[in-house]
Design a protein around this ligand. Structure first.
Ligand code: IMP
Ligand code: MG
Length: 179
């Protein structure tokens, strides 16, 4: 049973939805009268994105990207690898990147640099989870759902080897499963 692979529940389904409502309200205020162009970073952000946009009161358009960074390790390295790019142009748009988790922050830093070259009207970042202890890249994150400790977590979109994304909560994976 997949639930037996969970060491403990870190954030319950109820806590997630309460916090996402708060984030949605804050974003709605900040973008009042504007259309948000939300970019979900696949695949981890899908579940969060679905709940977040339903709590935003302004207009929202969505698109998705699949990116990764290789050679990562320090802030200066980490080339961006784009597996799936956006379907449309973002010039003049109010772009909000939606992430599941920020760990080292290297991928996001590279992605931000790339998207800024496409001249959006604005560019902000919203992440459900943040691991501050693991940060390498110096990157400003505009909206954070939860700061979490440095543990390997799964559920609510996050995976280990493509498993556990469908769990409705955020949990810590048992050590024996991945070590
Ligand atoms: P980074 O910020 O460039 O190090 O990359 C963050 C990415 O690594 C996230 O988008 C996740 O896909 C993945 N990741 C980091 N920490 C975890 C975790 O605890 N569980 C599952 N995936 C993680
Ligand atoms: Mg990810």
């Amino acid at each position: 049973m997949k639930n037996n692979d969970v060491e403990k529940i870190l954030i319950s389904e109820e806590e997630l939805l309460t916090r996402i409502k708060e984030l949605g309200n804050q974003i709605s205020k900040d973008y009042k009268g504007k259309q948000i162009f939300a970019i979900g970073i696949l695949k981890g952000s899908v579940v969060f994105m679905a709940d977040l946009i339903r709590n935003i009161k302004t207009d929202v358009a969505i698109d998705f990207m699949t990116v990764s960074s290789y050679g990562a390790g320090t802030e200066s390295s980490g080339e961006l690898n784009i597996k799936k790019d956006l379907d449309c142009d973002i010039e003049g748009k109010d772009v909000l990147i939606v992430e599941d988790i920020i760990d080292s922050g290297i991928t996001l830093l590279r992605l931000k640099e790339l998207l800024l070259k496409r001249k959006p009207a604005s560019l902000k970042i919203c992440t459900l989870l943040n691991k501050p202890e693991r940060r390498v890249a110096n990157i400003n994150v505009d909206y954070i759902g939860f700061d979490i400790p440095n543990e390997f977590i799964i559920g609510y979109g996050l995976d280990y080897a493509e498993k556990y994304r469908e769990l409705p909560f955020v949990g810590v994976l048992k050590r024996g499963i991945y070590e």
